[in-house]
Design a protein around this ligand. Structure first.
Ligand code: ADP
Ligand code: MG
Length: 688
């Protein structure tokens, strides 16, 4: 082994002369064993002999470099005793000898065995070749390695594995960079963030009770177009009710960073959730309520293309939709199942279906060739959609036929987001009637996609007006659901056609609502996704549990974790942003003022008091998102302000009326007491 790496220069065997006794035994060109200053022994070729000085020059090749040195004859004879017996050592016969110590020279077997016993013989002249650490001789391989050696080998293997892995990662990164992925850096940051999240737990602070309002979020998978465009998935759902958005931001010095925003809902479904699973946690718990004279409503809200119709109507394959896998069909399935149970069979209920759409503030019957319908309020303040077709259904199959018929009629237009977006609200209702009278109703609403003004900025006027109308109705809807959730006596359902038509769903103790906010995962949809999440969060403000071990998610100053902790303990937060905390102390101040106001208005009715309390809320309460620099959409803001004004004007007019009545009442009383006073004066004068 060593001889392969430390070769003697080729000996010129043809020039060999017969060995002389003593010094004469050494000839130019023969191979001899030499010892190096570090103790190693190997072969070298004699190139010069100085008999008078009793030394020879030898040469050898080491790592491809020719080397030489002077050795005194005495040492040569000591190392090569065979020379003394006047035998010429041939290179082949000297080969094992070359590595042998002086004592073993002449006995080649002994030499080999001896080599195996001394570890330094495994070293090369350079001392670092791993090949030399393992002897090639099979008998040496059998020897047990020392634990130390084994440990070193293990470490070395691990090091090599690590290096290989790093090389692979580097190659992969280079590939990503080379393929021109502009979001590579952000992708890496999001991956890192998710890795840190893995072992942690994030959950809601509030126990999930049976609320009248349930708000859920559903994330759809990246679609083929987004994947082709190398869009990134910026949504993380770390637990079953928390949604995180990783927003890419840029500093002034152009370095990019992530802003992670966290929202909490009743349930959060990731891209692997099926329609059936979403249904189980949203609409299914409400189905039975309609058998108990309840009004149930389920809304799908979200950006165009985020999966509202997929959730409500069923999964698409190409342009065809499998209606049997949507929430419409699943509700129908459970309604017919419950209808057959002993408890409800005796009620003699009949099931009817209606399907209509609201487009541009007008109602069209989807089961009657899109006939335009009138919405009127009768003397009992009941809202009626005049002429709406109610078709009796006897099984799920009948319901699916209605859904298919209605879907084929829906209005669709072109948006920058989705080529087949629906720009109308579609309302599918399953109505239970007993003896021709309404018993219960389940309204399933596939809302028109919310959109930013920026998306419609370049569109024609018709599209812009459509967008404004959609946003206005969505705002009104939000306010109505909030009013329902907070048991407010005033519900601003007149603010839009949608809320007007769904009045039943917001009024009365038997109403319950669920909202499924659908979001697209792509980075390109970030702004829309945040708008959807903020909207859903406003509908029902849930708080987030930020126990100390979660605080690592918030890369803010060191004192902030303590602040957050105290804050979570002492108060409730509606929405947590990195380092930005909304402390609802303003709320308590307002309540104090409201209490004070109540005492002032004791003569007025309870409803007026509530209205006053509502009207005391500054406009900013309703447009907090806008004020917070969240929404810069002018259309959206105008629609929002108009909706607020609609409510406030109604309330103020009511207060004005009651104040006038109060004033008149007071005046009457004063007049009466004045008259009584005069009369008593007259009487006393008469007595005198
Ligand atoms: P919207 O009604 O909100 O405009 P759609 O329901 O039409 O959006 O969905 C747009 C596209 O995304 C459809 O092709 C649909 O198949 C797909 N999609 C939506 N949600 C999901 C999901 N959860 N899983 C798989 N594909 C989905
Ligand atoms: Mg749709």
């Amino acid at each position: 082994m060593a001889s392969q790496l430390c070769l003697p220069v080729a000996p010129r065997l043809t020039n060999l002369k017969p060995l002389m006794p003593q010094a004469g035994d050494v000839q130019v060109g023969i191979c001899v064993a030499i010892q190096r200053s570090d103790g190693r022994i190997h072969l070298a070729v004699v190139t010069e002999i100085k008999r008078e000085n009793a030394w020879v020059t030898v040469e050898w090749v080491e790592k491809g470099v020719k080397k030489g040195k002077k050795v005194d004859l005495e040492t040569i004879f000591l190392l090569n005793p065979a020379l003394a017996s006047a035998q010429h050592p041939t290179p082949s016969s000297l080969l094992p000898l070359s590595l042998a110590p002086p004592s073993a020279i002449g006995d080649q077997c002994t030499a080999t065995r001896w080599i195996a016993t001394i570890p330094q013989k495994n070293e090369t002249p350079s001392g670092d070749s791993p090949a030399l650490r393992v002897p090639s001789n099979p008998c040496l391989m059998k020897r047990k390695k020392s634990p130390c050696l084994q440990e070193i080998e293990k470490l070395q293997k691990q090091r090599e594995k690590r290096r290989r892995l790093q090389l692979q990662i580097r190659a992969q990164r280079a590939l990503n960079v080379n393929t021109g992925n502009p979001n590579y850096e952000i992708m890496h940051m999001i991956e890192e963030y998710r890795r840190h999240l893995d072992g942690s737990k994030v959950s809601s602070l509030e126990p999930r009770e049976d609320h009248r309002i349930c708000v859920c979020v559903r994330k759809r998978p990246l679609n083929q177009r987004e994947t082709t465009m190398k869009d990134l998935d910026i949504i993380t759902i770390p637990s079953d009710n928390v949604v995180m958005v990783h927003e890419s931001k840029q500093k002034v010095d152009l370095t990019r960073y992530l802003e992670n925003q966290t929202f909490c809902f009743d349930h959060a479904f990731d891209d692997t959730a099926s329609n059936e699973l979403v249904y189980q946690f949203t609409a299914q718990p409400l189905v039975e309520s309609i058998f108990r004279k309840g009004m149930a409503t389920c809304f799908a809200y979200g950006q165009t293309g985020s999966g509202k119709t997929h959730t409500m109507g069923g999964a698409f394959s190409g342009r065809d939709q499998d209606c049997s896998k949507g929430i419409y069909a699943l509700v129908a399935r459970d309604v017919f199942l419950l209808l057959q149970t002993a408890a409800y069979e005796k009620l003699g209920l009949k099931v009817y279906g209606t399907f209509f759409e609201i487009y541009g503030g007008k109602v069209y019957d989807l089961l009657n060739l899109k006939k335009k319908l009138q919405v009127l309020e009768d003397g009992n303040q009941q809202v009626q959609v005049v002429g709406l077709q109610e078709q009796e259904v006897c099984c799920v199959e009948d319901v699916l036929n209605l859904v298919e018929l209605g879907n084929s009629c829906r209005t669709s237009g072109q948006t920058s987001v989705n080529a087949h977006s629906s720009r109308s609200h579609a309302v599918f209702q399953i109505i239970l009637k007993s003896g021709g009278k309404l018993h219960g109703k389940f309204s399933l609403v596939d809302l028109a996609g919310n959109e930013r003004g920026a998306d419609t900025a370049k569109a024609n006027r018709k599209r812009q007006l459509e967008g404004a109308e959609i946003n206005k109705s969505l705002l009104a809807l939000k306010e109505c659901i909030r009013a329902l959730g907070q048991n407010k006596s005033h519900t601003p359902f007149r603010a839009s056609k949608l809320t007007q038509v769904l009045r039943d769903s917001f009024i009365g103790q038997n109403s319950s609502t669920c909202m499924i906010a659908t979001i697209s995962p792509g980075m390109a949809s970030c702004e829309n996704t945040l708008n959807t999440l903020r909207y859903a969060n406003r509908v029902k403000e849930l708080t987030l549990d930020l126990r100390p071990h979660h605080l690592c998610f918030y890369p803010v100053g060191p004192e902030v974790p303590r602040m957050l902790e105290t804050h979570v303990r002492n108060s409730k937060t509606s929405l947590q942003r990195d380092g930005v905390i909304k402390i609802p102390c303003i709320q308590s101040e307002e309540e104090e003022q409201a209490k004070h106001t109540e005492t002032l208005f004791t003569p007025l009715g309870e409803d007026t008091r509530t209205s006053w309390r509502e009207s005391r809320q500054p406009p900013g309460t309703n447009i907090q998102e806008t004020a917070g620099g969240v929404n810069y959409d002018v259309d959206f803001c105008i629609a929002q302000l108009l909706s607020i004004l609609d409510q406030k004007i109604g309330i103020l007019t009511e207060i004005q009326k009651k104040l006038k009545l109060l004033q008149a009442d007071l005046q009457k009383k004063t007049q009466c007491s004045g008259a009584n006073g005069k009369r008593s004066d007259l009487q006393s004068n008469g007595k005198r």
